[in-house]
Design a protein around this ligand. Structure first.
Ligand code: GRF
Length: 199
């Protein structure tokens, strides 16, 4: 059973979907921590509802990003976190955390990467007039939404779509694709661990 921390900065609908999935089915992980960099993020309310310990720290209270990330790392160590799941975390993960969690951080992005990385991906897709966009789940590296892709799902943009309806369609996919992908990921991780033990 992996001990995961979810990092989020906003509403936390993906946080809630993952927590609910862990409570319902065997995802091979337990959400043991919420970390947020926004002290007033709505995701904190959701964590409270599920009794999940939450830590909220603003980068402004630290000397620099390295100090900020070192303070997060000490919480992750204390909670014995195996894996970090980014769900609407609006900050690039820096080398301090990346080095300790290489290959152990995943992110969800509301477009078919490599199209429309960065902020406002849904808006970017609408403005470009593409007919298909979607959702991507990928490993996190030092770049902005550039790590190896794990899963993708396409969403059609119709003539009738507005920003709001498209966002709804994308989030409906995110809420099942993220838990489903984590389940496969942790199952494979478990298997490769077993194989390594047998060898
Ligand atoms: C999601 O659309 C996700 O793809 C993006 O940020 C949004 C977070 O939404 N990275 P929520 O906070 O989980 O509701």
């Amino acid at each position: 059973m992996k001990r995961i921390a979810i990092f989020a900065s906003g509403s936390g609908s993906n946080f809630e979907a993952i927590v609910e999935a862990t409570l319902k089915g065997n995802l091979g992980c337990e959400v043991v921590l919420l970390f947020t960099d926004k002290k007033d993020a709505y995701v904190l309310e959701r964590a409270k509802k599920f009794n999940i310990p939450a830590v909220a720290r603003s980068i402004k209270d630290f000397l620099n990003k390295e100090a900020f990330e070192r303070s997060i790392l000490s919480v992750l160590k204390q909670e014995k976190i195996d894996f970090i799941v980014l769900a609407g975390y609006m900050r690039l993960i820096g080398p301090t955390i990346l080095h300790k969690y290489t290959g152990k951080i995943v992110n969800i992005h509301p477009s078919l990467l490599p199209s429309f990385p960065g902020k406002d991906a849904i808006q970017q897709a609408m403005e470009k007039g593409v007919k298909i966009t979607g959702v991507t789940i990928h490993y996190v590296d030092q770049g902005m939404d550039t790590g190896p892709i794990i899963a993708q799902k396409a969403v059609e943009i119709t003539e009738e779509d507005t920003y709001e309806t498209l966002k709804e369609k994308i989030q409906a996919i995110e809420h099942y694709l993220y838990p489903e992908t984590l389940k496969i990921l942790f199952r494979e991780d478990e298997k490769s661990g077993e194989e390594a033990r047998i060898k």
